[in-house]
Design a protein around this ligand. Structure first.
Ligand code: NAD
Length: 256
């Protein structure tokens, strides 16, 4: 029997088959979970729908997380179709391209709000809607973060600040939802080539830098994030909440 047999998971953040959210979905599917997917806009639907249908998903819905009505519709459908929910995956981030290359001091008010809204606030909104469906089911909520929240990573800029807010939200949500038996965690992944990371100026150099300096002397891949997600969202992680777990070949521990 699979680790997630009988569990229902909703996945926010698949853009294509290189997405971290897709690697998590494949790991969950292999362990018997039933999955629902959302996509951000018609262009991405063309990529997400065939992937999702390929692993038997029946619920595939649009959701731009800046729109409350789209979030409500997703959870309304989940309530109607499933009645309950075990796992929520939030693997969503966005910032204006210029805010990921200009000096941080030049971040505009609009750029700051946008990065915070899509990359941090959305996690709170999704958790709020998921929680009532998770009661009495030992629910698990997981988001994706990056070390740019803790240390300066040139060009990561406003996204680092949004990830710091996201990681603090993990702790506050873990406190709020813990009494209902719901766990809330984050994975802090090392750099991986995806659509989102392509928007970060100098990303190729980051990969090279990490592979030279990380204790394991290599980069990580999305499947490795999927395996840690499986641990956190299955019974294996039953006493783990409010944590930010690094999956980064050890890079974050280095001082020099
Ligand atoms: P990705 O481009 O595959 O995924 C990002 C997702 O965010 C996309 O599916 C996109 O549709 C979604 N998104 C953006 N704006 C949205 C909106 N308004 N509404 C709904 N969805 C929206 O890239 P990824 O690297 O798999 O990113 C997933 C998560 O992992 C992000 O939070 C990212 O910051 C984080 N992360 C990535 C890396 C990396 O190196 N790739 C490292 C650490 C953390």
């Amino acid at each position: 029997m699979g680790l997630l047999e009988g569990k229902k998971a909703v996945i926010f953040g698949v853009a294509n088959d290189r997405s971290i959210a897709w690697a998590i979905s494949e790991a969950f599917h292999a362990e018997g979970a039933e999955l629902a997917f959302t996509y951000a806009g018609e262009v991405l639907e063309k990529r997400v729908r065939p992937l999702a249908e390929g692993i038997g998903a029946r619920i595939i819905l649009p959701c731009d997380v800046t729109k409350d009505e789209e979030i409500e519709k997703v959870f309304g459908t989940l309530k109607q179709e499933w009645g309950s929910l075990d796992i929520l995956i939030h693997a969503i981030a966005f910032a204006n391209k210029e805010d990921l290359s200009n000096p941080y001091v030049q971040t505009s008010r609009q750029g700051f709000h946008l990065a915070m809204d899509v990359s941090a606030y959305s996690f709170i909104a999704l958790a709020r809607h998921a929680a009532p469906l998770m009661e009495d089911r030992k629910g698990s909520i997981l988001t994706m973060t990056y070390m740019g929240s803790e240390k300066v990573i040139p060009n990561y800029n406003v996204m680092g600040v949004a990830k710091a807010a996201l990681e603090a939200s993990v702790r506050y949500l873990a406190h709020d939802l813990g009494p209902k038996g719901i766990r809330v965690n984050a994975i802090s992944a090392g750099p991986i080539r995806t659509l989102a990371s392509a928007g970060i100026s100098g990303f190729k150099d980051m990969l090279h830098y990490v592979s030279e300096r990380a204790p394991l002397k290599r980069n990580i891949d999305a499947e490795e994030v999927g395996k840690t997600a499986l641990y956190l969202c299955s019974d294996w992680g039953s006493a783990v909440t409010g944590e930010v777990i690094h999956v980064d070949a050890g890079y974050n521990i280095m001082g020099m």
